[in-house]
Design a protein around this ligand. Structure first.
Ligand SMILES: O=P(O)(O)OC[C@@H](O)[C@@H](O)c1c[nH]c2ccccc12
Length: 140
């Protein structure tokens, strides 16, 4: 019997195929390579004391809508201002996440204050390049 993860991965494979139709592997790889060097995540998490990764998450399948007035940029800056060591941004549609949330957080300058990472079901390097590219590369 397929588990929920099997269903999610099947859906993700379709989403990935669509994204690759819209932006080629070579283009997303190139866009990622153009980005400035990211902040050091492992350094941010090992610099002493309790280090927290704060999550930008609008909703979840188990809990429903978590943040009705969801503002990813505002949330990210609030987290950093209050001491978060890093920001994790959900980009999966089952969590009402979008790649655009990650992009807007990065473009707001938050990624200069703390490392910003993509939280999603990652199984292809293309998705890592998408996360590095500043502009949304998929029709999300
Ligand atoms: O809010 P929930 O439904 O309890 O989910 C938590 C956790 O499973 C979820 O945040 C998570 C863990 N790993 C992931 C990978 C991708 C997307 C989401 C996730």
């Amino acid at each position: 019997m397929p588990s929920i993860l099997d269903d999610i991965v099947a859906a993700k494979r379709l989403e990935l195929a669509e994204a690759m139709q819209a932006v080629s592997y070579a283009d997303v790889e190139h866009a990622a390579a153009e980005q400035p060097r990211p902040l050091n995540l492992s350094g941010a998490l090992t610099s002493g004391g309790i280090r927290l990764i704060a999550e930008v998450k609008k909703a979840s399948p188990s809990r429903g809508l978590l943040s009705p007035n969801f503002d990813p940029v505002h949330l990210a800056h609030t987290y950093v201002s209050n001491g978060a060591a890093a920001i994790s941004c959900l980009t999966d549609p089952r969590f009402q996440g979008e790649l655009a949330h990650l992009s807007s957080i990065k473009q707001s300058g938050a990624s200069g204050r703390a490392p910003v990472i993509r939280k999603d079901f990652i199984f292809d390097p293309y998705q890592v390049y998408e996360a590095r590219a500043a502009v949304p590369t998929a029709s999300s």
